[in-house]
Design a protein around this ligand. Structure first.
Ligand code: B16
Ligand code: MG
Length: 219
C-alpha cells in the first residue's frame, strides 16, 4: 500500500460540518426545565456524538430522575420536535468555515466522501445546508444499531463506498468518534482540542485553511 494513500474521507456531522450542538442544547435544556432541573453548557458537552436515547439517559441521570420506557420515548420525541424546528431553518451559511472548500478539493482529487453520523436528522440537515450531493454515501442514526465507539457507522460508510478501512480517513470531534474510527482500523483527524483528542493521528481546530496536502503529510 502507498504510505499516504487516501481513497475516502468520512465526516462526522455535528461539530465537524456544522454546529448543531447549540440546537441540541436549547432543546435538551427546555426538557430539563420542564422536568424541574438545570441543564448547563458543561452538561451538554457530555451529549456530543451520543445517540438521542443515550443522551436522554445522561440528562435524566443529571436530574436524578427515572421514568418508564414509554415516557422516555415520549420525552425524546418532544425534544426532537423542538430540535427539528431549529434545524429546519438552517442555511448553507451555517456550514463551518473551510468545509465546502475542503470537500471540493477532495472531489477534484477523486477522493470519495461519506457521512458517518449518529444523528437520525442528518439527511434533513444536509438538505438544508445544501451539501447532500457532495456525499457519495450517507450513514446516519437511521442505518446503524451500535453507537460510537462501536465502529459500525464508519465500517458501513467504507462498505458503501467500496473502499477498504485502511484507505479511509475519518474526521471527528467527539472522543467516542475518534475511538470508533480507530476501532474501524481507520486513520482519524480530530477536530477540536488536542488535549481532549490527542490520541487521533492529527488534531486541527477546524477546516479553515486546511488542505489535502496538510492532511497527507502526517498520515
Ligand atoms: P439526533 P454526530 C450526534 O451527531 C450529536 O453530536 C449528538 O449530540 C446527538 O444526540 C446525536 O447526533 C443524535 O442526534 O437526535 O438528531 O438523532 O456528532 O454523530 O453527527
Ligand atoms: Mg460530532
Amino acid at each position: 500500500m502507498i504510505k499516504n494513500f487516501i481513497e475516502a474521507c468520512i465526516f462526522d456531522l455535528d461539530g465537524v460540518v456544522v454546529d448543531t450542538a447549540k440546537y441540541h442544547f436549547i432543546a435538551w435544556k427546555a426538557l430539563a426545565e420542564e422536568l424541574g432541573f438545570e441543564f448547563t453548557h458543561e452538561d451538554n458537552e457530555r451529549l456530543k456524538g451520543v445517540s438521542r436515547m443515550a443522551s436522554l439517559e445522561i440528562l435524566l441521570e443529571i436530574g436524578g430522575l427515572q421514568f418508564p420506557e414509554r415516557e422516555k420515548l415520549a420525552m425524546a420525541e418532544k425534544k426532537n420536535t423542538l430540535y427539528v424546528s431549529y434545524i429546519e431553518k438552517m442555511t448553507p451559511q451555517e456550514i463551518l468555515p473551510g468545509v465546502p472548500e475542503f470537500l471540493q478539493e477532495l472531489k477534484n482529487n477523486r477522493i470519495k466522501i461519506a457521512l458517518g453520523s449518529a444523528s437520525k436528522n442528518a439527511p434533513m440537515i444536509l438538505d438544508r445546508i445544501q451539501l447532500t450531493e457532495m456525499f457519495d454515501a450517507v450513514v446516519d442514526g437511521n442505518s446503524i444499531t451500535e453507537a460510537k465507539p462501536n465502529p459500525e457507522v464508519f465500517l458501513k460508510g467504507a462498505e458503501r463506498l467500496g473502499v477498504l478501512p485502511e484507505n479511509c480517513v475519518v474526521f471527528e470531534d467527539a472522543i467516542a468518534g475518534v475511538e470508533a474510527a480507530r476501532n474501524a482500523g481507520m486513520r482519524c483527524i480530530g477536530i477540536g482540542d488536542p488535549e481532549t483528542l490527542g490520541f487521533a493521528d492529527l488534531v486541527i481546530p477546524g477546516f479553515d485553511g486546511f488542505t489535502l496536502e496538510k492532511l497527507k503529510t502526517p498520515l
